[in-house]
Ligand binder design. Structure first.
Ligand code: F6P
Length: 340
């Protein structure tokens, strides 16, 4: 019997358990033994894995997080750990591996595949929706829905108190969450990393709104938006830097410049925790089943991808080459409603 491993790496997100459940069900139907590797790549370095069957993967479809655990490790400059991982992969009798993750996880998968250490298939996960090579990475829909609900809630308090509320959402290098949740939540301004921020114009817009009697405003800001050099410093692809505080800066500047009372709300990890939406459960399930198909077809070095509504596969290399920037047509649409 052939043995496949599955690991979940990098940031957790809603939908990971849907993928794990689908891989186990489909894998067992195809005659594979499925091993769950704990805590991402670290589990393979430490040889921490256990066989998964229907029992352990029942009732997890709607659970957030990952039953396998995760870690953020960068093995790319750790030759000793790669060697250890490679030995464990062989020793544990794995024939192939499914790596579920975003840019960090898939970059490692690609390197290990190219250097002949493992046979791997990737599954795209990213609440930021920043992966290239696929129109969609699961987790994003849930994050947008959570952020939209928060914006709705903040709207009512902003309106009651005649305040400006700045809402900082996740999105380190791309502004997908801000853009989609901003449109859905009726934001008056949306700040994203892809577009330089003109705070003076935003303040003028807010003042004009107030003159028209709309004496509250909702400003949605990606954590990676660049304001007066803050966050501007380029971060090489694959490197991780902690973000935050840009919402505070924007709020302070708007309050100082307009004189209107301003509050800030940082949504943070609320966007990543908890129950996946129906869409993320369905896509996660489709991605998991497709990943097993790719293994069966020996399409190693490939990642499951959704393009124009159809499931397919692309080279992992294509997915990690560049980050998928926001759809500019959608941003132009959002602008129609700015400060109106
Ligand atoms: O990559 C997903 C993400 O949620 C980003 O949007 C965010 O900047 C980052 O992870 C936060 O990472 P951590 O949970 O390690 O603080």
């Amino acid at each position: 019997m052939k043995k496949i491993g599955i690991l979940t790496g990098g940031a957790d997100c809603p939908g990971l358990n849907s993928v794990i459940r689908a891989v186990v069900r489909k894998g067992m139907q195809e005659g594979y033994v499925v091993a769950g590797i704990k805590n991402g790549w670290l589990g393979l370095v430490e040889n921490d894995m256990r066989i998964l069957d229907i029992r352990q993967t029942s009732g997890i479809l709607d659970k957030g997080g990952t039953i396998l655990g995760t870690s953020r490790v960068n093995l790319l400059d750790q030759p000793d750990q790669i060697q250890q991982l490679s030995e464990n992969y062989k020793r544990s009798g794995l024939d192939a591996l499914i790596a579920v993750g975003g840019e960090e996880t898939l970059k490692i998968a690609l390197k290990l595949h190219q250097d002949g250490h493992i046979k791997v298939v990737g599954v795209p996960k990213s609440i930021d929706n920043a992966l290239s090579g696929t129109d969609y990475a699961f987790g994003f829909d849930t994050a947008v829905n959570v952020a939209t609900e928060c914006i709705d809630r903040l709207h009512t308090t902003a309106e009651s108190h005649h305040r400006i509320i700045v809402i900082e959402v996740m999105g380190r290098y791309t502004g997908w969450i801000a853009l989609e949740a901003g449109i859905a939540g009726g934001a008056d301004e949306i700040l994203v990393p892809e577009i330089p921020t003109d705070l003076r114009k935003i303040c003028e817009d807010v003042k004009a709104r107030h003159r028209r009697g709309r004496n509250f405003s909702i400003i949605v800001v990606s954590e990676g938006a660049s304001v007066f050099g803050y966050n501007k410093e380029a971060v090489p692809q694959g490197e991780r830097r902690r973000f935050g505080y840009v919402g505070e800066i924007v709020a302070k500047m708007i309050e100082e410049s307009t004189g209107f009372e301003t509050r800030v709300s940082v949504l943070g990890h609320i966007q990543r925790g908890g129950t996946p939406t129906a869409y993320d459960r369905i896509i996660g399930t489709q991605f998991g089943v497709k990943a097993v198909d790719l293994i069966k077809q020996e399409k190693f070095g490939q990642m499951v991808s959704l393009r124009d509504g159809k499931l397919q596969s692309v080279d992992i290399a294509e997915a990690v080459l560049t980050r998928k920037k926001i759809d500019m047509e959608l941003y132009e649409l959002a602008k129609v409603f700015f400060a109106s």
